[in-house]
Design a protein around this ligand. Structure first.
Ligand SMILES: *Cc1c(COP(=O)(O)O)cnc(C)c1O
Length: 508
């Protein structure tokens, strides 16, 4: 299109178009608020096929040209069947309901569209991010005149970044790539394995350290594994301690691991993607004791700090180590530039000003409220455990450490295969009925269900209510002996095999 009088410039964010901007955003706000009024559960139970079809049918070359119509379409394609993390029946993955001050941040971030790669694209934004990094580092217990870090897209990127620095650090001392080993507990996050692949180390470079009876990294086993690595002439590049494992919320013994890292010259990374919210807790900060001994730490603000995706950071005790990820480009951040350019430290170039969300959260609510939210869901998990553990037909895998609870419906006399099918079908039916969502996991090869509780508004009655639904679905399934049928996929199950179990009018 050539530049002409007809070019519809009112679509641009611009002082000339403030009323258009405000009306559009307000329209979206009203639309969403109206929608929230109609939400009756965490999900509607739609499977991939039904979700894909209406999206595929949209012709992207034929614009609607009208905001209200586009919003109605978005409702049909997405919102009507979206999964809502603020619903007390949502207890599946590590998704949090988000705090309102952070949403105000989202509006400002994307409207102004600062990019945090260079100072000349962000100005004050660079310093807001840096101050939040320092603030978090101080809570870790570091001297902030030495420490550093940067916001990332998530815990997976933070872990990759930390391991990249660890690799750079050890290779600068002459180690060969093929000799490098990473030690992480058997319950550590899969992003450690993925990082090893991306870093050219391969799957075999990650040594899975067994866990103890509390599902924490077994420190004796770690010592043995490090000694074997050493004896084989290999190089222990890093030990990844998990502070809050995804399934059990277990916090590996940080001080002891730090000691072994010192002995063997290994980089000490703490993956606190889940447990990082303890830094804001006034009651449970001690659970992270030893984190201050880490060389690097992953924090996911978009999990236990109630921030919208994305908001995460990788932090390092020694700022100099950030240089292992630095690259200087003449057109962006020339080496001779005196500007404080965050791209010098980041794996990304153009980068969202996610830090503003946390900033507004701290300035409006304060850290103690965030910590109290996390404490509330940790308390809730313990109460739920105590309420359901005595039931004869419920098996809990372990007492909760943080806000997860691994359990299953286990009526007397059922074999392992039967329990696996039964619980898989229970989970699919729960989703199909739309009133509650739980996750699934395996414990030593055995199929379980999992609550991940991150909603501080959820009550004991809400969560025990989900267990009641699980039990009643389980009883129906056992009655109808449906558990004998093979599992295809939870969605197929939800739509077909157990369609009879979905009350009419619930799943559309
Ligand atoms: C969620 C999680 C990650 C990955 O974080 P993302 O933000 O999802 O990329 C890494 N480690 C642990 C322990 C986690 O719980």
């Amino acid at each position: 299109m050539s530049r002409s009088e007809d070019l519809p410039l009112h679509h641009l964010f611009h002082p000339d178009n403030v009323s258009e901007y405000a009306a559009t955003v307000r329209g979206g706000l009203d639309h969403l608020a109206g929608h929230l009024d109609r939400v009756t559960g965490p999900a509607t139970g739609v499977g991939p096929e039904r979700a894909a079809k209406p999206v595929r049918d949209v012709d992207l070359d034929s614009p609607l040209g009208d905001t209200a119509a586009a919003l109605d379409e978005v409702s049909r394609l997405w919102l009507d069947d979206a999964v809502w993390f603020h619903e007390p029946g949502y207890a599946a993955h590590l998704n949090c309901p988000v705090v309102v001050p952070a949403l105000l941040g989202e509006l400002l971030i994307s409207s102004v569209n600062s990019s945090l790669d260079t100072f000349d694209q962000s100005v004050g934004g660079t310093f807001i991010e840096r101050q939040l990094i320092d603030w978090t580092a101080a809570r870790i217990g570091w001297d902030t005149s030495d420490s550093d870090g940067v916001f990332t897209s998530g815990g997976s990127q933070s872990n990759l970044h930390a391991l990249l620095l660890a690799r750079g650090h050890i290779m600068a001392r002459g180690a060969e790539l093929a000799s490098l080993r990473i030690f992480a507990s058997a319950d550590s996050h899969f992003s450690v394995q993925k990082s090893a692949r991306l870093l050219g180390l391969g799957d075999a470079a990650v040594v899975a350290v067994p866990t103890d009876e509390r599902r924490r990294m077994d420190i004796v086993a770690l010592g043995r594994a490090l000694a074997e690595c050493d004896a084989a002439g290999l190089v222990p590049m890093a030990v990844v301690a998990t502070a809050g494992t995804t399934d059990f919320g277990a916090i590996d013994p940080l001080p002891e691991i730090a000691g072994l890292c010192r002995t063997y010259g290994a980089w000490f990374h703490v993956d606190a993607a889940y447990g990082g919210g303890l830094l804001a807790s006034t009651r449970r900060r001690h659970l992270l004791s030893g984190v201050e001994k880490a060389d690097s730490v992953t924090i996911d603000y978009h999990k236990t700090w109630f921030q919208p995706v994305s908001s995460s950071a990788v932090l390092v005790r020694d700022a100099g180590t950030m240089g292992h990820a630095s690259y200087y480009a003449d057109y962006l951040n020339p080496k001779e530039s005196a500007d404080p350019n965050q791209v010098d430290k980041s794996l990304q170039t153009t980068r969202r000003f996610d830090a503003l969300k946390l900033w507004l959260t701290l300035r409006i609510m304060g850290p103690d409220t965030i910590g109290a939210y996390f404490d509330a869901v940790i308390d809730l998990a313990a109460e739920v455990h105590d309420a359901i553990a005595p039931a004869a037909d419920i098996e809990v895998a372990a007492r909760p450490n943080l806000s997860t609870l691994v359990f299953r419906y286990a009526p007397a006399g059922s074999g392992e295969d039967e329990l696996a099918l039964l619980n898989t079908k229970i989970r699919a039916t729960l989703y199909a009925r739309g009133r509650a969502m739980v996750a699934a996991t395996k414990v030593d090869g055995r199929q379980f269900l999992k609550f991940t509780l991150l909603n501080p508004k959820a009550t004991l009655a809400d969560i025990v209510g989900i267990v009641d639904q699980i039990r009643s679905i389980g009883e129906e399934l056992v009655c109808e002996q449906i558990a004998a049928q093979p599992v295809v996929s939870p969605y197929v199950l939800a739509g077909r095999d157990i369609g009879l179990l979905v009350p009419a009018g619930v799943a559309r």
